[in-house]
Design a protein. Structure first.
Length: 133
């Protein structure tokens, strides 16, 4: 079962029937995120395999996974926000059991992202899964 924050995105997408509106919503979610500090935009946090610049910084707290992220592309910042809604608060030992592909398919993203963006999302998911501890 996905988090309440992710379920809210699913509900928003059901309400927004037009893909232009959905893209706008994703971009707005990205704009609402706090930017990642320049000190954290280092090779260790950079996600390889993304067409744009992407950084993910894990912030585990009390055995649960949280992360901060940023990108130089607005749509990708929004995709990071979607992934945060999906993963934030997950127990560290359950990160790998989150079926991100199935959850994201509920949004229809797999059908509406370019191949490059889809590869980037997969790279971000793999990076997140690598944090399981």
């Amino acid at each position: 079962m996905a988090s309440a924050a992710f379920e809210e995105i699913v509900e928003d997408f059901a309400f927004l029937e037009d893909w232009e509106d959905r893209y706008r919503h994703i971009i707005e979610m990205g704009k609402a995120m706090d930017p990642l500090g320049e000190a954290l935009k280092v090779p260790a946090t950079k996600v390889e395999g993304c067409a744009s610049q992407v950084w993910l910084h894990p912030v585990p707290e009390s055995g649960r996974f949280y992360f901060k992220g940023d990108s130089d592309a607005m749509i990708v910042r929004g995709l990071i926000a979607v992934l945060r809604a999906l993963y934030d608060g997950t127990p560290m030992d359950e990160i790998a059991s989150v079926d991100a592909r199935a959850e994201l398919s509920r949004l229809g993203l797999d059908e509406h992202l370019s191949a490059q963006r889809s590869n980037g999302v997969r790279a971000m998911i793999e990076r997140i899964r690598s944090y399981e501890g």
